[in-house]
Design a protein around this ligand. Structure first.
Ligand code: GAL
Length: 404
């Protein structure tokens, strides 16, 4: 019997036990019952929380949602948006975070397959490490959606949902071109790059997108990479870890900028790395100019740095919409359909999305992809882009806080 069903039975018995307990505790007078209601409601809510699947599992199907970690801010939002969306459509859910540990994610996926989930939605920690466990998913007839990060070298993945990752990079690169007015001024300006986790298939797209926009100016000598570190492997950050990014950047500042050399730009692929780089600049950079720092994700601490002028922009990706697209795709799959471009029109989404059948080859062939559109956020448009749509609130001091 499916573990989930067990949980349901448990929950149901708990509900009745709680209710019985409440009832048992109540004095005999009718007047009293009113007072007891809140306890009951509480008990129901508690039981609901215990077994959300009952209410949500009108479909009798369960979706396994595997997120990389809770230590990188956005995945907490992705996890809860996905859970919310699938449950709102009558699916049970199993949501796990694997602490950025590859072997832990494999184990978590094995557990979900053993639980006989009906669909897997996976943001892989290491896109190269899931072939075996997903072969088991395929054998069990469980469709797999690669969420945000492509999963490599397995034909068990049927679809990919993400943002246009290359465009995230080109937006960062073009922002630098525009801010420094590189088409009209000679410079030179000094720039250093910080990229993401080599195990994450997205990291190369982000870096290449930015580098492809900036390399003509590097070749012209308008942009100068003082450290000479222009290859992805030289600028990558294991696990997207803030500390790793900070330490590397402290070394770069000590080695190449301690003699008064000016640093103009720190091109960082995302916010968790930008946080470390901004920290290194604050403590270890001798210059007094404001360094242009890029990012991605709209993490709370980074939005505060943008308000305080320690970071200049972030590329925002509305993960609430990424979850909606994943729900409609998953729903179609679980109804035995083979979604294609038509899903976008049929779903009537309030956001733009492109159906792509050429950009993402996972080594076993092209994976049909639904790609959402990222946006540039600065101190000038953050209210319009983040607060007005309800993704964040703004406090009296002007700082933004995620609503999820
Ligand atoms: C990427 C993701 C980015 C960023 C990074 C670190 O795969 O697309 O939004 O969050 O992981 O978590």
């Amino acid at each position: 019997m499916k573990k989930k069903a067990v949980a349901l039975v448990l929950a149901a018995s708990m509900i009745s036990a709680v209710l019985a307990g409440c009832a048992a505790a109540a004095p005999a007078t009718t007047a009293e019952p009113a007072a007891e209601a809140p306890a009951e409601e509480e008990a129901v809510e508690e039981a609901e929380a215990e077994a959300p699947a009952e209410a949500a599992e009108a479909t009798g199907k369960t979706v396994g949602i595997a997120m990389p970690t809770q230590s990188l801010e956005r995945w907490n939002r992705d996890g809860s948006y996905l859970k919310e969306q699938f449950e709102s459509r009558g699916y049970g859910t199993e949501l796990v975070f694997s602490d950025n540990k590859i072997e832990q994610q494999v184990k978590d996926l094995e557990n979900m397959i053993a639980d006989e989930v009906d669909l897997l939605v996976i943001a892989a920690i290491d896109g190269e490490s899931l072939s075996q466990v997903l072969a088991d998913a395929k054998d069990a007839g469980i469709p797999v959606i690669a969420y945000d990060r492509l999963i490599m070298n397995t034909d068990a993945v049927s679809y990919y949902v993400s943002f246009d990752n290359y465009t995230v990079g080109t937006l960062q690169g073009q922002f630098v071109v525009d801010q420094l007015d590189l088409d009209n001024v000679d410079g030179p300006f000094n720039i250093e790059f910080t990229a993401g986790d080599p195990a994450d298939n997205n990291a190369g797209f982000f870096f290449n997108g930015a580098y492809d926009v900036l390399s003509p100016y590097i070749e012209e000598g308008k942009l100068n990479v003082v450290s000479g570190q222009t290859q992805f492997d030289q600028v990558a950050t294991a696990q997207w870890n803030t500390e790793n990014a900070m330490k590397r950047f402290q070394n770069i500042l000590a080695s190449y900028y301690s003699d008064g050399t000016v640093l103009d730009v720190a091109l960082c692929s995302n916010d968790s790395t930008a946080l470390g780089v901004a920290q290194a600049i604050e403590t270890d950079y001798a210059g007094d100019n404001a360094v242009l720092v890029t990012g991605q994700d709209g993490d709370e601490a980074n939005l505060a740095n943008i308000v305080d002028g320690k970071q200049t922009m972030t590329v925002y990706k509305a993960v609430a919409n990424e979850a909606v697209a994943t729900l409609d795709l998953g729903d179609a799959l679980l109804n035995g359909e083979t979604p294609d471009e038509g899903l976008i029109a049929a779903s009537n989404w309030s956001f733009d999305c492109a159906y792509d059948t050429s950009s993402y080859d996972n080594g076993t062939g092209i994976i049909p992809s639904y790609l959402l559109v990222p946006t540039v956020v600065t101190v000038d448009n953050m209210v319009e882009e983040l607060v007005t749509p309800g993704y964040y609130t703004q406090d009296d001091a002007g700082y933004l806080h995620p609503t999820n």
